[in-house]
Write a protein that binds this ligand. Sequence first.
Ligand code: G6P
Length: 368
Amino acid sequence: EQAEKGEFEHFMLKEIFEQPRTVANAMRGRIDLEEGTAKFGGLNMSVAELRAIDQIVITACGTSWHAALVGEYLFEELAHIPVEVEYASEFRYRNAPIEKNTLVLAITQSGETADTLASLRETKRRGHKVLAICNVVGSTIAREADGGIYLHAGPEIGVASTKAFTSQVTVLSLLALFMGRIRMLSLHRGEKILKALQAVPDQMERMLEQNGEIRRIAQRFASVRNFFFLGRQYNFPVALEGALKLKEISYIHAEGYPAAEMKHGPIALIDDQTPSVVIIPSDAMYEKTLSNLEVVRARKGPVIAIATEGNEALAKQVDEIIYLPQTLEAVFPLLAVVPLQLLAYHVAVARGCDVDKPRNLAKSVTVE
Ligand code: G6P
């Protein structure tokens, strides 16, 4: 096992560090620069069929469900298609109507999650097609779906999913781009998105160089009992994922929240012992998110900001700051999740937790 982990102490850390490569793998052969779009080999649907789609339903569990939420923002922005994101465990028992031209996507790293599989079977029983976004080749969901896209991320061993998430978001970005380009999205915007996606592996590499600094921040906060993760728009699902990572491996209670929703209740929980990680890129929402951050500060809540390089001014207003490279709003989640994965990892290590095999959790939940 140590040989497989190479220079890393845990599979989770190894998999976090693999992400520049796994994201590149998710894009390999799927980029059409000339047409400013993406291409896929296994959708098994014609362009005409895909153009007729006027609604998307995505079913998933856990971290894959968070990737689906990022997908919701992507499909809305790039392809103008309404999206419903469903917990597979709920969807399978609902009478949720699926309209005629609906594309149903199942997202799953393992391809074996019982609830996601049951949702797929239920959807197919009603006569709809299902496409799977899956990592494990030949898994049950990959076999039973009508078509799909593989992540090509390689085996993910750490129970807390890391590289699968970024690969799922990469594939969803490409699929949303493709769906946009067969609709109204311009060549110019398509090219811009592709360029931003292609820059991600190198930008992630630079992000990972901050590992030592993030370990220091993690050690500073490792003994707290509650954590908040706040973000807006594309970064709201990232906040949920950051909180989930911390809960899974460090057993600290954490909540991910849309930053502006704090005022409707959770702000009551903020005190000087309750840090918040605030994802605050220099984007269209910056001023709004900043005012949410200030509300936390006013309640003496420590703040760890995840901000865009060049925003030196913010450093004076927060306790810790982690900078990410400049990119498009739609691509920021791919970068922003990396420091959150590292933060959760180092907090868990500092607390002496078994990072790769957290208590009560399984890599793949094949029973209901
Ligand atoms: C389990 C794992 C999670 C994973 C979820 C969904 O709970 O511990 O890391 O996100 O299942 O798994 P899937 O393989 O369907 O993506």
